[in-house]
Write a protein that binds this ligand. Structure first.
Ligand code: GLU
Length: 307
């Protein structure tokens, strides 16, 4: 049996918010309660959006809260060579193609069924001949897409049960490397989870629908799949989404009013790990941790966190 290995993988394009800290806490408690390893990975693959200053801030915030991790934090911005090699393997297998579409073209061709943030690619560039692709590459650097099959991919989420997605219908051919040369999140996360020996992925429910894509990439690259647990949304005591403008819940503001144990206690209460709000360190929460206690509905913060 491999050593149980969890990880927290923030994208430092802004300061960590309470939802991130809740994920980190549950990932940490799950790993440590199995006497497992816990890793920190900085997902700064989108280098321009993720300055090192914010990565360091995330590390400082986690340290202040009492998190410890095994090994040095890994920075995705240092790992382009590794992602390039994985992309090369996928290309050799005939699973990728260059895409010359501009953002404007993509938006105008989009099938309007996934909301405005995600669109299913209509395979405009999927069947270019090598000559056509070479011709277009003279004037525009292409992105690289993965060709996905018309296949249902299922997995069992630790909280939400069986989840199924048809990659062609629900997701479409997706980007592995952007036209500016930066690698996409899906590729980087799959490569890193595999190479770091991650056995359990705990992350926000907003990423649940990316999991079938990641399972498919794992299969193509010959990697095993970790277990997945997606965490419900963290909401305020009225059940409303937390807004970025909620400055009272910013860590700078919270740190003036609360200790790390206060904050972790409130999050542990929201998740259902403890029945009343009380200051709790990570050490104290480890023996109390049990996925069975974690609710599937939105997780409500206690009112006392509000200023
Ligand atoms: N980097 C992603 C985020 O901060 C999380 C990815 C993952 O946990 O797989 O939203």
């Amino acid at each position: 049996m491999p050593i149980p290995t969890g990880r927290f993988a923030p994208t430092p394009s802004g300061r960590l918010h309470l939802g991130n800290i809740l994920c980190a806490m549950l990932a940490y408690l799950s790993a440590r309660s199995q006497a497992g390893r816990f890793l920190l990975r900085i997902e700064d693959v989108d280098i321009p959006r993720c300055p090192r200053r914010l990565a360091q801030q995330a590390i400082d915030d986690l340290t202040w809260l009492g998190f410890t991790w095994d090994e040095e934090p890994l920075y995705q911005s240092d790992r382009s060579d590794i992602y390039r090699a994985a992309l090369h393997r996928l290309a050799e297998g005939g699973h990728t193609y260059p895409c010359f579409c501009t953002r404007a073209q993509l938006m105008s061709l989009a099938a309007p069924n996934l909301g405005d943030t995600q669109v299913i690619y209509q395979r405009t560039c999927a069947n270019l001949t090598p000559e056509e692709a070479a011709q277009r590459a003279l004037t525009r650097a292409p992105a690289t897409r993965l060709r996905v099959p018309d296949e249902d991919i299922s997995f069992t989420d630790g909280l939400f049960g069986i989840q199924t997605e048809n990659l062609e219908r629900d997701c479409g051919d997706f980007i592995l490397r952007r036209s500016d040369g930066l690698y996409g999140y899906q590729l980087a996360v799959v490569v890193d989870d595999a190479l770091q020996g991650v056995t359990e992925v705990v992350r926000g429910r907003d990423i649940l629908s990316a999991t079938p894509r990641q399972l498919y990439l794992q299969r193509l690259l010959g990697y095993g799949a970790p277990e997945y647990v997606h965490i419900p949304l963290l909401v305020d005591h009225h059940g409303r989404r937390l807004a970025k403008r909620d400055k009272d819940l910013d860590l700078t503001a919270l740190a003036q009013r609360f200790t790390p144990a206060d904050i972790l206690g409130m999050l542990a209460f929201s998740a259902g790990l403890i029945e009343e709000v009380r200051p709790s360190t990570l050490e104290q929460l480890i023996p109390l941790f049990d996925w069975q206690k974690v609710k599937r509905d939105d997780l409500r913060l206690p009112e006392c966190i509000m200023a």
